[in-house]
Design a protein. Sequence first.
Length: 97
Amino acid sequence: MTKSELVNAVALKFPDVSQKDVEIAVNGVFEGMQKHLADGGRIELRGFGSFEVRTRRPRMARNPKTGQKVSVGSRRTVVFYPGKELCAALKEAKSEK
């Protein structure tokens, strides 16, 4: 699902709110999440999952084109942990297929 599809789905659920207002709200939520994660915070959405920032260690990698070893510095990345309800919904959807 893309962000525009999400905006359309929310707008259909709340017909009394304009699509432009829904788009502003969705963008605001994503901007807030991005800022909180950039500050090193953790986001927990009960029943859905949680987002957390992790720092990856520096490591040696290989350039696939030349085969030469290259040093990759440490970096921060976001990890997602699905919640119990999301896992159960996915398991149920898989068993229906």
